[in-house]
Write a new protein. Structure first.
Length: 568
């Protein structure tokens, strides 16, 4: 609601992009790109538009570089529509319009060009070859094209969004076309980002946040070019855009923009122009726009979130995404992430399919679980008879004297001895027990290594076992460590199961997380996992960002998380 109200303010309102008037954070804008920002044309900013009646004679550059686009001939000036694009201002061509920039250093001696444009092409009309939204050339003839951003580069590669041009004056003109059909996309509003990575000799392109040109060879690698551009144009170059084409905003940088900055730019443009629904599931700004100073999503966390949202067919709450990101970043900060070779968060996702996406390693194989067995707050519940997971990680995949297993139990299983929560191998060999204030758990030696909840008091929360030498192993339950002195054994050649020790269901508990891998500090993993589960449920229950609250001191009874670690 805060963002919705801020967005309703006029563009030049002092708090249009700063939520301080209603308590929000400052929204990210292209000027955060700093010195790399080379051109910024924004139709919503009425102060940047000079009108000649109903047409535009000049579109001012907001980058600070004074690269204003203008047209003195009235018949070639695009029309200004005050509510033409989702109720916002836009510029529209009649098929014969063009705004031009004079001599400019655009694209000269830079590592790359990244150009983002918001617009739409009308339904029912065709594209002439070499039509361009943006066109930069080093002379007055076509052969001197430096950079072109186009929906139809040529007859031979026609009707594909593309970028084209050359780095050196002597280079042959080259076109790189995307897989997206520009004819099929007529009538659909879009955000397109094209990138000529001169330093790497490749080109990239994204349509609505989805990459459709990936590191395609483009000219020779280098960061220098020969001459300044003598002309740049909007709405045309060799040939004009078809009548009815609209352009709303153009942002160009002298850089091969980082993924994080590109996604921020896409998020800014999407939320500003009402195109957030165009962004793909998994895009970091699908649910909210970028803010200044917000943490960058970890790449492993983002890859997991994207996979879960794809499996779910819908997005996660921003607050749930934050909880996941916090967990991954925390594990990396603690130095335990690399030891977690196979794991799954069996909670948080909106569907069972999403919950079975692995955080690390291979996806588990589902034996007989159905959607009714899954609760996104508390995880997956077995029946102790037919339902279990095969982790698809073999018991001997990790070194004999460097391994761990852990689970987060959100609902205790029955008080029946020998019911395994996670493990491999046969039954009863080398079993040992630990006792603590909440109950009894058992962990077996490496030959059939498992974590078992014993017959004493029920245990919930983090349970783990770890071996980092040949003489003993440790178990952790209820925040306490017990060390068992016993020699290591050759690992059994069997996959590790969840809700089982021998790939036959044996537990009827409910588990929200498991991890398998090399030796690590169980206390650190316990702290991270327990905090993560608190943040996850708090986020699901309230929709609030857990990073904005102190999870260690707040009482979450009202949010459904009872003090003492019991997930409600």
């Amino acid at each position: 609601m805060v963002l919705e109200l801020v967005n309703k303010l006029p563009y030049d309102h002092p708090y249009r992009w700063d939520g301080t008037a209603v308590g929000g954070k400052k929204l990210w804008r292209p000027d955060e790109l700093g010195a790399d920002l080379a051109l910024w044309l924004d139709a919503e900013d009425t102060a940047s538009i000079t009108l000649n009646g109903s047409t535009v004679s000049q579109w001012d550059d907001k980058s600070g570089n004074n690269r204003n686009a203008s047209q003195a001939t009235a018949s070639l000036q695009p029309t200004y529509l005050s509510t033409g694009f989702n109720g916002k201002p836009t510029l529209e061509t009649d098929g014969n319009d063009i705004l031009e920039l004079g001599a400019t250093s655009l694209g000269r001696n830079v590592s790359g060009i990244t150009c983002a444009i918001v617009g739409v092409h009308p339904s029912g009309l065709t594209f002439t070859s070499n039509t361009n939204e943006l066109f930069i050339r080093t002379g007055v003839i076509t052969e001197s094209t430096r950079f072109a951003f186009t929906p139809n580069p040529s007859a031979s590669t026609g009707n594909r969004y593309a970028i084209a041009g050359r780095r050196l004056d002597s280079d042959s003109y080259q076109t790189v076309s995307s897989s997206t059909d520009s004819l099929a996309n007529r009538g659909n509003q879009w955000i397109r980002v094209g990138q000529a990575a001169y330093s790497d000799g490749v080109a990239n392109h994204w349509t609505d946040g989805t990459q459709d040109i990936t590191s395609a060879p483009f000219q020779t690698a280098g960061v220098t070019s020969d001459t300044d551009s003598q002309r740049a144009s909007i709405f045309g170059g060799v040939n004009p855009l078809p009548s009815g084409s609209q352009l709303c905003e153009i942002v160009l940088t002298h850089s091969t923009m980082t993924t994080a900055d590109r996604q921020k730019l896409e998020g800014y443009l999407a939320w500003k122009w009402g195109l957030e629904s165009n962004l793909p599931i998994g895009h970091p700004y699908k649910l909210y726009p970028p803010y200044i100073g917000e943490p960058v999503y970890d790449s492993d966390a983002q890859a997991y979130i994207t996979a879960v949202e794809t499996a779910d067919g819908q997005t996660l709450e921003a607050s749930v995404r934050t909880a996941i990101n916090n967990f991954v970043l925390g594990c990396k900060a603690d130095g335990i992430w690399d030891a977690i070779k196979s794991s799954a968060i069996l909670a948080g996702a909106r569907t069972l399919s999403g919950a079975l996406i692995p955080l690390t390693g291979t996806a588990p194989t589902n034996f007989n679980f159905v959607s009714g067995d899954y609760d996104r707050k508390t995880g997956l519940k077995s029946d102790g008879a037919t339902k279990y997971l095969d982790s698809n990680r073999n018991n001997d995949a990790d070194p004999q004297n460097s391994y761990h297993l852990s689970v987060f139990v959100s609902q205790a299983q029955s008080n029946a001895p020998g019911m395994a929560l996670i493990g491999a191998g046969g039954i009863n060999t080398g079993a040992s027990n630990i006792s603590n204030g909440l109950g009894v758990i058992s962990a077996r030696n490496r030959n059939g290594f498992d974590v078992v909840q014993g017959a004493a008091l029920p245990v919930t929360g983090f349970l783990g076992t770890n071996r980092n030498n040949a003489t003993n192993y440790t178990m952790r339950s209820s925040g306490q460590i017990d060390t068992q002195v016993t020699s290591s054994e050759t690992p059994a050649n069997q996959n590790i199961g969840v809700f089982t020790r021998d790939l036959t269901a044996s537990s009827d508990g409910r588990i929200a997380f498991y991890s398998i891998g090399e030796a690590l500090d169980l206390a650190l993993l316990d702290t991270r996992t327990t905090r993560f589960m608190a943040e996850m449920q708090f986020a699901i229950n309230t929709g609030l960002n857990p990073s904005s609250y102190n999870i260690d001191t707040l009482n979450y009874v009202n949010a459904g998380y009872a003090a003492g670690g019991t997930l409600a």
